[in-house]
Ligand binder design. Sequence first.
Ligand SMILES: Nc1ncnc2c1ncn2[C@@H]1O[C@H](COP(=O)(O)OP(=O)(O)O)[C@@H](O)[C@H]1O
Ligand SMILES: [Mg+2]
Length: 141
Amino acid sequence: MAVFITHSRAETVALGRRLAAALPPGTLVCFTGGLGAGKTAFTEGLAAGLGCADPVSSPTFAIVNYYRGPRPLAHFDLYRLSSEEDLLAAGLYDYLDEGAVVAAEWSENFAALLAAEHPVTVDLRPLSGQTRQITIEGVQL
Ligand SMILES: Nc1ncnc2c1ncn2[C@@H]1O[C@H](COP(=O)(O)OP(=O)(O)O)[C@@H](O)[C@H]1O
Ligand SMILES: [Mg+2]
């Protein structure tokens, strides 16, 4: 487990970039932390670190955004999903099997189910103002 403190959005993006360098293909990254914690900002860094060139936007409406690149990324918002069938239908397991890195916001909804995928977990907690405590487990950084 590694605990980081970031003091700006840019620092959180940089941490995402750093994590990307340590992720094998087909890794699930499970985010926890509420609205505005910085999950999408962190994912912007992940995408950049994986070599995905397109700008990252929140997958809230699409449920999943897929970014092509040398190391592809599938970015999910699980907020409105509730069952294993929903995950299957959205293609979460397909992306993992194809070797994409899969980043999942609101993984709280599926904690037990997704634990079976041996995820890297990233928990983001606002402390004060622009400060975030970010706890990363499941990978050596
Ligand atoms: N240290 C920080 N890390 C990430 N975001 C921060 C930080 N400080 C302030 N922010 C702001 O918090 C918001 C985070 O938004 P976003 O990444 O979309 O969160 P989430 O996806 O968790 O809802 C942005 O407006 C960002 O500018
Ligand atoms: Mg988000």
